[in-house]
Write a protein that binds this ligand. Sequence first.
Ligand code: SF4
Length: 77
Amino acid sequence: MPAMFISIAIEDSVHKDQELCNRLVSMCPVDIFEISEKSQLITVEENLDECTLCNLCIEASSDEQIKIEKLYRSDSN
Ligand code: SF4
């Protein structure tokens, strides 16, 4: 059965809005976002597969700013 995994793309404009970055970090129920040392919004790779597709992050931003892609990996084993 193909395994689903998530890829989240963060548009550059998000990084310019520190308030939005902080909101995204605090609202994601599974801690997918964090602020890097350079004050950029980044994703926590090891938490990506915990994404519940709740869309809170998309609703908090414009849908062009955060994009969630569902990817499938076909593991034949
Ligand atoms: S969809 Fe929900 S769980 Fe997934 S990254 Fe956005 S806020 Fe977090």
